[in-house]
Design a protein. Sequence first.
Length: 406
Amino acid sequence: MKSIIGEIQASFENFIDDDSANVLLVCCEPEHSPLLLKSIDAIEQNPENDDVFLTFGHQFTSSDVYISELLAAVRQQVAQVNEELTKRGDSQLVPPPPELEDESQPPGARLAKALQYVRSIVPQTRRVIWIIYPLEVDEPAQYLDIVDLIYSQLEEPLLQTTKLIVRDSETSPMLTPSLEDQARVTIYRPELDPASLEKKLTEKANDPRVPTDEQAQMHMMLAGMDVANQRFDRALARNQELLGYFSHTGQKHHQSIVLNNIGDLHYVQRRFVEAQSFYQRAVSLSVTLGSQPLVLYQSLNLGNALFTQGKFTDALTYYSVAEQLAQASSAPIQQVQALGQTGVTNYELGKLNEAGEAWEKAVELSRKLQYEDGLRTNLERLEKLYDELGDQSKFEACEGELASLS
């Protein structure tokens, strides 16, 4: 994955260093954008890079709303910088001009003023990179107008070292048809849809020039893609190879993860005995590593594998471990899950009072968290239990709370 992120970073860096281009249209769908945004963040965080990046990823509902929110973010960032400058005893930046606050002005005019203002407070030796990357665009025509305005503004001599990176859609382009033939505009199509990404990962994972540890990480991702596409046999073979590699290299943390992944593969195919075996190996290894997060997650899985085989007493042991670790690790969602399963298992054992206690605790915690899924699930369990026990008042209380959720 480092190699793929490196390629993305190189594409952005080449654009930033290219004096003949000042607009980069990134044709990428929202669901395929995380790697892109991570790559931009890595460039910005590089201590050797002194360029200024201004990223705006909020929804583009309309020009007025988007520009107002953008300008509010600029003012906030300037205020934060000034606060730090004051702490250091340095002079503050010039505050934003009043025109940025004047909502009676057209949004384009206010944005143009913001481009000039930011350029004026940043030393000329440092480039300013505006990143307009809304994941949702409700008004494509207004979006094009704003981007077109920025493009025209970048012709101003004052803004020669200001650049724009902006998102377009590959499947439903909003900007490319109008701007792709314009001077100083570069088009970038990163091909990060699942099929293309899988192809790239496969090529890199089998490239002898890529470090073996990085190849292994890619094979782990590819195994996940195999599972998502229900290629279970291929995923199992890949994970078994990874298990051998991590065992050979002594990487016990990754070894534990792969053992759990193999358990998942057996579990999803209803091979619960085999799943139990791999989950047990994973838990044992995680315990020796002292990794509470791994023990927590894997104990829940092991409890589920035991439960499906009717081994309720053994399952309770692991649900209890998971619940205690979740509480100690401040992982409340997992704690709700463990409590829920503890109640279900006690119910199967005929321990109705213990089941009720676990579900009541899960309900109480879900209320505090405003975790509606956990609240609804465990209220439904309690409602059924109280109906069986003939506890009319508690049954009606659950019924009423469930109705309010609906």
